[in-house]
Design a protein around this ligand. Structure first.
Ligand SMILES: Nc1ncnc2c1ncn2[C@@H]1O[C@H](COP(=O)(O)OP(=O)(O)OP(=O)(O)O)[C@@H](O)[C@H]1O
Ligand SMILES: [Mg+2]
Length: 246
């Protein structure tokens, strides 16, 4: 079975942990020996900054700075040589994805992950986002495995209880649950993930949850084969950028 190579982290709500999930997933997969490309679609360039900070002692993660490329969505940024060579491609989407760009992003992904934080503002936003997604023409044409990730959960809190209630009502599987831990910031300062720095019992359990998420992704089918890049279709600027990150 072809594996799900391209994992898109997406949610219209800002600050819910997209970049944290994208970078930690990239770190987890890289620590497992896979060659990883991380595509940053956000003009804030947080994932790109994370790669810049990455310690040379850690397995390399190849950055595709799609946010720097003019018209990155329609110009097949995901088919650039860098992401073609990698076993897995993790895509950090920007919060505001234009309807048309959403279609392009969905066509270029095998699995979708939606982070959610335990707050009523976030659950309302996710509710709307999931409805928009499931009814989107491109998604209905080609449905993808979709998982919700509960992020910044404080175990035993009332907020967690409310989140659980919301997740039980949502018709999308909750595939991972990550705690609100200062270790995420510590790991990000060296361009790493929890898996790279975990020491305490809580952190080791968190690292185990990341590996469980990686296994869930492994179980999902790869729905499409990435097309070979057609160099004539990529602009000169894009090809230069791709070589630079190589
Ligand atoms: N599980 C966590 N524990 C502690 N801090 C976290 C966790 N997840 C995210 N954060 C922190 O929350 C803030 C927002 O996270 P992040 O930047 O990943 O969100 P985002 O969805 O990518 O935001 P944006 O919409 O601006 O791109 C960051 O400071 C990050 O370090
Ligand atoms: Mg972000």
């Amino acid at each position: 079975m072809e594996v799900a190579r391209r994992i898109l982290i997406i949610n219209g709500k800002g600050g819910c942990g997209k970049t944290t999930i994208a970078t930690n997933l990239a770190a987890t997969l890289a620590a497992g020996g896979e060659s990883i490309a991380l595509i940053d679609h956000d003009h804030q360039a947080s994932a790109a900054d994370w790669v810049d900070l990455r310690s040379p002692k850690l397995p390399r993660i190849h950055l595709v700075p799609a946010h720097q490329m003019a018209s990155a969505y329609p110009n097949h940024a995901l088919h650039l040589p860098m992401s073609q060579r990698a076993h897995r491609v993790v895509i950090d989407a920007a919060s505001a994805v234009h309807h048309g760009n959403m279609e392009t992003l969905l066509r270029q992904a095998d699995v979708l992950l939606i982070p959610i934080m335990p707050s009523s503002i976030d659950t309302r936003a996710v509710s709307k986002f999931v409805t928009d997604l499931l009814t989107h023409k491109a998604y209905r044409k080609r449905p993808l495995p979709l998982g919700i990730i509960a992020n910044r959960v404080q175990p035993g809190s009332q907020a967690e209880e409310k989140l659980d209630h919301f997740l039980r009502c949502l018709d999308v599987p909750n595939v991972a649950r990550f705690a609100d831990l200062p270790a995420y910031c510590d790991a990000a300062e060296q361009g790493g993930g929890i898996v790279d720095i975990a020491k305490t019992d809580v952190e080791l359990e968190e690292a185990a949850e990341w590996r469980r998420l990686a296994r869930w992704i492994d179980e999902q089918p790869g729905l499409t084969t990435m097309r070979r890049a057609n160099p004539l279709r990529a602009s000169i600027k894009e090809r230069v950028a791709a070589q630079r990150v190589g």
